[in-house]
Design a protein around this ligand. Structure first.
Ligand code: KG4
Ligand code: ZN
Length: 336
C-alpha cells in the first residue's frame, strides 16, 4: 500500500511517500521567513505552504519513482495546529484523493508524533507511557496498545518546546531555539545556577514551564553566561520531564517508555531517559532526531496503523482543520 503523507500544521512543509510503514522518500522544507520575526507569523506560514507544497510533492513523487496514480492513500494532518497552515495540506490532499478516486485520511498531529515509532513497540512493549514534548504541547499518555491511548496530564501553561524557544529568544539565539540551547548547553556548567522547578512533584502528571521561563529572564538580566544559563535551563526541563515520566511508568506498571515531539531531539534528554529506563528495567523507544520534530513520515505511519487496525477506515471529504485538541482519548484518525 502506497501512502502519500502531508504535514503542514505549523511552519514546516513536509511530504513523504511510504510503502506501509517503510519510508520511500521524504522532503521537509523549513520556512526561513519567520526567523526575522522571532516567532511564527501564521499568515506567512500558510502562504509559504501554498507555494512549497505542490513543488515538494512533485519532487517526492519523482524521487520515490512513483506516479500520483500509484498512490493508494492520501493522508494529511487535520490538527491541532495553525488553521491556515493546516488547510493548505488538508485541502491539497483531499483534492488529490477526490480527483484520483483514492482514499483520504485526516490525521491527528499529536497522535502522529507517537505513531512515528510504529510498528516498533509491539504487543510485548505495552502498556507504555509516552512523553509528548513539542513546541505546542507537552503531556503524558498511557497506551494499553497502539489503539488505546489516554491522556494522563498536560502542561498548565507553556509547552516544554515553547519554554526552550522563549529562553533562546531572550538570549538572542534565534527561532526556534531549542536545538541552539541544546548545542551551547554542552559548553556550560548546569550546577552553577539553580533555577526553580515548578510543579516538579514526580507523581503529578501535569507540567508548568512559564515560571521557569520568568526565572531564566531574571537570571539573564542579572548577568550570566549564555552557556551556563542554557545548561541549567536544559537540565531543569529534562529533570522534570524525566521524573514525571518514570514515576507514571512505575505507577502504571508500564513495560516501556515512548518519547515523541521536537523536544525529544534534545541530546541530554535522550541520554538521561536511556540511562534511567535501563536502570528501571523499562524498554525505551526514541525516534531518530529527524523524526522527532515535525515531519510527514509520522503522518504516513499513523495512516498505516489506522488501516492495519481497520482496512475500511477513511475520513470524510468534509474533514476540517482544528486548532486545539481537547479530551482524554487520543485517536489518530480524524473522521470529519
Ligand atoms: O514537534 P515539533 O517539531 O513541532 C510542534 O509540534 O510543536 O517541536 C518543535 C519544538 C520547538 O519548540 C523546538 O525548539 C524544540 O521542538 N526542539 C528542541 C530541540 N530540537 C527542537 N528542544 C530542545 N532541544 C532540542 N535539541
Ligand atoms: Zn509537532
Amino acid at each position: 500500500m502506497l501512502i502519500l503523507a502531508v504535514e503542514t500544521s505549523c511552519d514546516d512543509t513536509a511530504v513523504a511517500v511510504l510503502e506501509d510503514t517503510r519510508i520511500i522518500h521524504q522532503e521537509i522544507h523549513h520556512q526561513k521567513i519567520h526567523e526575522q520575526h522571532g516567532g511564527i507569523v501564521p499568515e506567512l506560514a500558510s502562504r509559504s505552504h501554498l507555494i512549497s507544497l505542490p513543488v515538494l510533492a512533485k519532487e517526492v513523487i519523482s524521487k520515490a519513482s512513483v506516479k500520483y496514480e500509484d498512490i493508494d492513500v492520501f493522508a494529511a494532518t487535520a490538527g491541532p495546529g495553525l488553521i491556515g497552515s493546516l488547510l493548505t495540506g488538508l485541502s491539497w490532499s483531499k483534492a488529490m484523493a477526490f480527483a484520483l478516486k483514492k482514499r483520504f485520511l485526516g490525521i491527528n498531529h499529536l497522535a502522529a508524533h507517537l505513531f512515528v515509532l510504529y510498528p516498533l513497540p509491539d504487543s510485548e512493549s505495552f502498556p507504555s507511557v509516552a512523553l509528548l514534548a513539542s513546541g505546542g504541547h507537552t503531556g503524558l499518555f498511557f497506551l494499553k496498545n497502539w489503539y488505546d491511548c489516554s491522556l494522563l496530564g498536560a502542561t498548565r501553561d507553556d509547552a516544554a518546546g515553547e519554554a526552550f524557544d522563549k529562553c533562546a529568544k531572550l538570549m538572542g539565539l534565534g527561532y526556534p531555539g531549542g536545538a541552539e540551547i541544546d548545542r551551547i548547553a554542552e559548553l556550560g556548567d548546569p550546577e552553577i545556577l539553580k533555577l526553580p522547578s515548578p510543579l516538579s512533584e514526580p507523581t503529578l502528571a501535569e507540567f508548568s514551564f512559564s515560571g521557569l521561563k520568568t526565572a531564566a529572564k531574571i537570571t539573564w538580566e542579572d548577568g550570566v553566561s549564555p552557556e551556563n544559563l542554557a545548561a541549567s535551563f536544559r537540565k531543569t526541563v529534562v529533570d522534570i520531564l524525566l521524573a514525571k515520566t518514570i514515576s507514571a511508568a512505575k505507577r502504571l506498571q508500564a513495560r516501556s517508555v515512548m518519547l515523541a515531539g521536537g523536544v525529544t531531539a534534545n541530546s541530554l534528554l535522550r541520554k538521561k531517559f536511556s540511562e534511567v529506563c535501563l536502570e528501571e528495567g523499562l524498554e525505551i523507544y526514541i525516534p531518530e532526531k529527524e523524526l522527532a520534530t515535525d515531519n510527514a513520515v509520522m503522518v504516513g505511519r499513523a495512516a498505516a496503523a489506522i488501516l492495519s487496525e481497520n482496512p475500511d477506515s477513511r475520513s470524510d471529504l468534509t474533514c476540517n482543520a482544528f486548532a486545539r485538541w481537547e479530551g482524554n482519548r487520543l485517536e489518530a484518525l480524524v473522521r470529519q
